[in-house]
Design a protein around this ligand. Structure first.
Ligand code: ADP
Length: 262
């Protein structure tokens, strides 16, 4: 992005021939890079004050508080909000790191059934007071090549979202199976569904269908944006099918990226 010019080529049909459209996108790319750097820097700078505040809040436990209800309430609220802000900053940093293509790092063999098993331990805790029925259909042999931490967040975002957003007690089915030569993951739920006008926007940063409800779940509105970038770095895409009043299915697949565990 120095002084080089960045050109975008598009081939389009024109009558019986093909036409090549060349667009100079140097300024656009430069602005995009400035935005990404800004978000990354702000998130990074917010980390230190947040760590200091969280540290002091932890030290100020109930015993060191004056015996008044307001202090305990204030302490609880500040700790909760600090935790939320920490989660938000961490997600922004993850997003800044994974936007754009992966550098030529080597992929690892990811034991997806084991990753899903660990995610389900957390999911069960989240589900404890919701009582959704969660059905699993996991091929225990099916692994893929990729980056385990990135993939973990893609799998867990979809599972945790289903738990958070469907009315209780709902039904969730999680599938990890080989389908037409593709290692395929899907999360089906019987929730309220998502109207078509929202579906295309769900992977935008901070986009939420119902702001109030999403805020109550503690979500940041970045989960599906992170999922989209993780998948694109693994040559995959997120498919969302949903019917209002019936439920949703979030899924993705990995072509040519599967092996069977020995
Ligand atoms: P958040 O942190 O708000 O959960 P996400 O990017 O993960 O952010 O999700 C974006 C929005 O998509 C959510 O706020 C919610 O409105 C909607 N959403 C995601 N999953 C579901 C689902 N299974 N059913 C209904 N709505 C969903």
């Amino acid at each position: 992005l120095g002084t080089e010019q960045i050109l975008e080529f598009r081939v389009m049909p024109y009558d019986t021939q093909l036409m090549v459209v060349v667009r100079d996108v140097t300024q656009l790319k430069l602005l995009e890079q400035i935005r990404k750097d800004f978000v990354a820097n702000v998130s990074h700078e917010l980390r230190t004050p947040l760590t200091v505040i969280s540290g002091y809040l932890e030290m100020m436990d109930a015993d060191s508080m004056p015996p008044s209800g307001i202090w305990n309430k204030a302490h609880g609220t500040m700790s909760e909000q600090c935790e939320r802000m920490n989660a938000l900053v961490n997600q922004l940093l993850i997003l800044s790191r994974i936007e754009g293509p992966r550098k030529s790092e080597q992929d690892d063999l990811v034991d997806v059934p084991n990753v899903l098993k660990l995610i389900m331990i957390q999911a069960e805790t989240l589900n404890a007071d919701k009582q959704h029925v969660i059905e699993l259909e996991i091929d225990p042999q099916l692994c893929i090549f990729g980056k385990v931490e990135e993939l973990r967040s893609a799998f867990s975002n979809l599972i945790f979202n289903a738990i958070h957003y469907i009315p209780e007690p709902g039904h969730i089915r999680i599938v990890w199976q080989l389908k037409n030569d593709e290692a395929h993951f899907s999360v089906h739920d019987n929730g309220q569904g998502i109207a078509p006008e929202h579906i295309g926007r769900l992977t935008e940063r901070f986009y939420r269908v119902d702001q109030a409800r999403s805020r109550k779940t503690g979500g940041s509105g970045l989960g599906l944006a992170i999922t989209k970038h993780v998948l694109s770095r693994h040559e995959s895409h997120l498919h969302i099918e949903s019917e209002v009043g019936k439920g949703s299915c979030f899924s993705f697949g990995f072509l040519n990226a599967r092996v069977n565990k020995s």
